[in-house]
Design a binder for this molecule. Sequence first.
Ligand code: GDP
Length: 718
Amino acid sequence: MSEDGQFSSANSADRPTVLEHTRNIGIAAHIDAGKTTCTERVLFYSGVVHKIGEVHEGAAVMDWMEQERERGITITSAAISCGWTTKDGPFSGIDHRINIIDTPGHVDFTAEVERSLRVLDGAVGVFTSVEGVQPQSETVWRQMDKYNVPRLGFINKMDRMGSDFLNAVQTMRDKLGANAHPLYLAIGAEDQFNGLIDLVKMKACIYDESDESGVKFDYADIPADQTDQAAEYREALIEAVSDFDDDIAEKYLGGEDISEDELKLGIRKATLSLKFVGVIPGSAFKNKGVQMLMDAVVDYLPNPLDLPPMKGEDVDGVEKLVNPDDSAKVAGLAFKLMTDPYVGKLVFYRLYQGTLKKGTALYNPRTRKTERVSRLMIMKADAREDIEVAYSGDICALIGVKDVVTGDTLADRDLDIRLEPPSFPEPVISMSIEPATKADQEKMSTGLQRLAEEDPTFTLTTNEETGQTIIAGMGELHLDIIRDRLFREFKVEASAGKPQIAYRETMLSSSDGEGKFIRQSGGRGQYGHAVIKLEPQEKGKGVELENKIVGGAIPKEFIKPTFDGIKEAALGGVVAGYPVIDFKVTLVDGSFHDVDSSEMAFKMAGIFAFKDAMQKASPILLEPIMKVEVSTPDEYQGELMGDLNRRRGQIQGMEARGNVCVIDAFVPLENMFGYSTDMRSLSSGRADYSMTPSHFEQVPQSLVEGIVETSSREPART
Ligand code: GDP
């Protein structure tokens, strides 16, 4: 950073190709915490955009989609690249490339969060100085814990009434369990917030209020009334870093000086250990603290080389690792699809290994197809820039690859690798959808299919009995947005039926199953025969199919059709016709006929074998359980808890936060319809709640019959 408002930016011609100087980061925040404004300012400072756009005027660069602007939430992750050069510290003077992967804050979009976490290396959590950590930020933070993402905290909106930096840091400790330490302190608060104290340099950074761009500041001595506080927090910072850096620990204990670079490298080590989070105060809106945040991204967040190798497997399921090595064969993950009005289908891609040149053909192990990358681009907000080549660790957009869905591996064919895809949760809610006019039926199907390719938590099926189109997703808002996009992007107006619970089925025990499809009356006969073993798998593990046929009991060419039949049968279980999840099928035996065997016959044998095994495996019905957090003034706590109990809720805990009480519970989604109205009336409108899909649980036996009956009457299953 510089004091005179001049920032260097890495453009495509001189963009750093050195992996050490790349940062792939996400910015995660509760809605309205200021993520969009922060991102926008980062782009401004780094010279990607030249005008500061105001979010509330709808000019922010990150908000691609019109409806996002209207709803004020960033729905879709996009990757944006910019450059940054620090003026001090261990990396000073080196152009760095920062790829920002936008990470949505709304819980209905957990899939977006998951997929972005999969490809980013570090993240910034944005919180507000007034509220501190809010419920949805907790959810995202936990997801980041799961993916081992090193983080920084940015306490935004320091200019707002009631702002309190240190209190917000404390909420990070209390609610997130983060070992959070200020890297800077705030000078003043609310409309008096005019600078930061750099605890590494032990200098004040005072903003020049006369400068309209708001980016200029001067170094000055720490204000007299804050010298003690600064000394105290610097000491706490060094002490915390000592736990991760022996040299610093030794110097600290020996009372020796620690240089700026030493301390920065120590903070970097601590951050990368995942057990330390440095925090910076600021006001994105008033342009304060953002440059410090960008310096911290370069100084403390990991580069692709800092991370463990990425896991994948070869065609036989044997583990294979990929490393960020430019000279190795290409391997990467398609993490996001978008339809761009000018260039068509854009595939956002994280290159984990190798150097990818424009024009290269990439192999997709899912489709077993090779497709050529006709153009390579990096996205600078809404501007696209063609590039000739991408290097390991880069995030870029591919054009020309058509048959691809989110989570696919695209790699050099010879490498034989499939990277671990992000794990996506099962949809919890479904509804039927119908176009306003019959003529739009086909347009609607095309549109929905396109949207389903982009979003793996959105699924689309046709009910065989009624011919209805059924869509399923992570919540009512999620499906509302899908309908909205259908209207805006595909010009199809559609009406939706009542939301239904997306039940699932699984089994409690293992079993053997046999399926035979034999027809021998006249003409050419049919012969397919399969024997399988069915076993339940751990929750969330998905479906696994294994072939253990030896000696050609089923000829090779009929193995896939048999598995296809099993997969098809698993779309509708034996309890109430809902999809079966978390199981393993091993194909163990079978037989064939030289003339009569066909793909179709083995597919049927697979279907019968699965149904047979499922009947014998103690099949059960599963329902989606939501994690519900209700915050209420104390006096309504009793009523609200009673109400949650009546909804089959399991109260997990209760906590006082200031003068509100926060109740945590798991409640079946089935009993959450209409909750917001009831909760408001029980609390005279003063309570609030948030809910996220958590997991699936067995439906109590007493309720199964009712569900089976309703689902056969209203077959909106998916
Ligand atoms: P997002 O939902 O997290 O992307 O948040 P936005 O960036 O859209 O900001 C939400 C609202 O907060 C907008 O009206 C912003 O103008 C406002 N905002 C963002 N940053 C600040 C800040 O530092 N101070 C104040 N007072 N308002 C801010």
